[in-house]
Design a binder for this molecule. Structure first.
Ligand SMILES: *Cc1c(COP(=O)(O)O)cnc(C)c1O
Length: 374
């Protein structure tokens, strides 16, 4: 990538080959289950169109999940050529306001309550999925509604699903109790495929795979299991690389302060590099004085507060000189997104979904290099 391509805009490069490789690796852990791609929230900020098309074309993915009906409508258009037959599930289910969209875009609602189930049975068409709550207490029909839902006339449930509250923690005892609760409820819906695992659940072993796994964050190269080191995943490969251009370098003397509020004080003769990325691009301000960026051949710490458009790095210890025009990597193959997220007090999911419209998305694919600077 040359600077001429993107000027001074931050860029997230999305490796579509790694995306599809992650799909295959995680699918191989549950060979008897179908594998679905979760592309809600614009495919975790990386672009639902290019992501879903790559999954359909290169990985054979034919089942997708989004959160909102409106996301499903857009996805249906995105997949019109590559996978017109794809099944698109909508986590939030249908409401009187969105019901029309389900028919028009051939979306499958995920019913989360007796009320939603009654509405779909009365006004919808075709099968639906049912999300039951097995202990997370976030979304899903509570245990007390399941019998009534099973008895609704003319309601056809094709997928019975639930969601793990602690799927990122392989040792958590709630995983097994949620699994057992789902397995118990499945007896009431004999024709339905059963689905529990998201990316974390996919790593918990065959007992969690049931008939379908719903892969989100793992596809995008973020470790589905929470870990307390900064090493990055040994199961999935990095997919997203966030870089921004160095605009200026300068030397400051001991005692000088950097940025708003002067929260970084140079303790030695210090070389600074100011980079064109800020919280306005979605890189969290909480990473001030904590996060790092890889530039000049090494990770270099953020010096001072991250501002809207700019971040200053201490590049004193970089093994090779840093100059204006160089690009600093805030996460990617050289700097695990898990480490960046931890430095910002958050998780990889949030770093990805916060990437703003000013960050250019660039799609990298060995087979057919494609580009979208949108
Ligand atoms: C977001 C979501 C997923 C995907 O989760 P990941 O951890 O990103 O794999 C699966 N199921 C439900 C219900 C979700 O909300």
């Amino acid at each position: 990538m040359t600077n001429a391509d993107f000027g001074s805009r931050p860029v997230v490069e999305v490796d579509l080959d790694a995306l599809c490789e992650n799909f295959r690796r995680l699918a191989a852990l549950a060979p008897d289950a179908r594998t679905a791609g979760v592309v809600k929230c614009d495919a975790y900020g990386l672009g639902a169109g290019p992501i879903s098309r790559a999954l359909a074309r290169e990985a054979g993915c034919r089942i997708f999940f989004v959160a909102h009906a409106e996301e499903g409508v857009r996805l249906r258009a995105d997949l019109a050529e590559d996978a017109p037959d794809a099944e698109i599930f909508v986590f939030h289910g249908g409401s009187p306001a969105t019901l029309e969209l389900f028919g028009e875009a051939r979306l499958t609602p995920i019913l989360n309550s007796l009320d939603q189930a009654r509405l779909w049975a009365a006004r919808g068409r075709g099968p639906a999925a049912l999300h039951i709550d097995t202990g997370m207490r976030r979304l899903g029909a509570p245990a007390g509604e399941i019998a009534a839902i099973a008895e609704i006339d003319g309601l056809s449930i094709s997928v019975l699903m639930s969601h793990l509250a602690n799927g990122f923690d392989a040792d958590h005892p709630a995983n097994a109790s949620q699994r057992d609760a789902l397995a118990g409820a499945a007896a009431r819906f004999p024709g339905a495929a059963v689905s529990l695992a998201a990316s974390g659940g996919a790593l918990l072993g065959p007992a969690y795979a049931f008939d379908m796994v719903r892969l989100g964050v793992g596809l995008y190269g973020v470790d589905p299991l929470e870990r307390d080191d900064d090493a990055g995943s040994d199961v999935v490969a990095p997919v997203a690389r966030l870089t921004a251009e160095v605009l200026q370098t300068q030397d400051v003397a001991p005692g000088e302060r950097v940025g708003y509020g002067g929260t970084f004080e140079a303790k030695r003769p210090t070389r600074l590099a100011t980079v064109a990325l800020g919280y306005g691009d979605g890189f969290l301000r909480a990473g001030s004085n904590e996060a790092q960026a890889f530039v000049g051949g090494a990770p270099c710490p953020v010096a001072g507060r991250i501002s809207m458009d700019l971040t200053t790095l201490d590049v004193t210890d970089a093994p090779t000189p840093v100059s204006p025009g160089d690009r600093a990597e805030f996460f990617g193959p050289n700097l695990p997104i898990e480490a960046a997220a931890r430095a910002c007090g958050t998780i990889g999911y949030e770093l990805l979904t916060r990437l703003g419209p000013r960050v250019a998305r660039r799609y990298v694919c060995a087979r057919a290099a494609s580009r979208d600077a949108g």
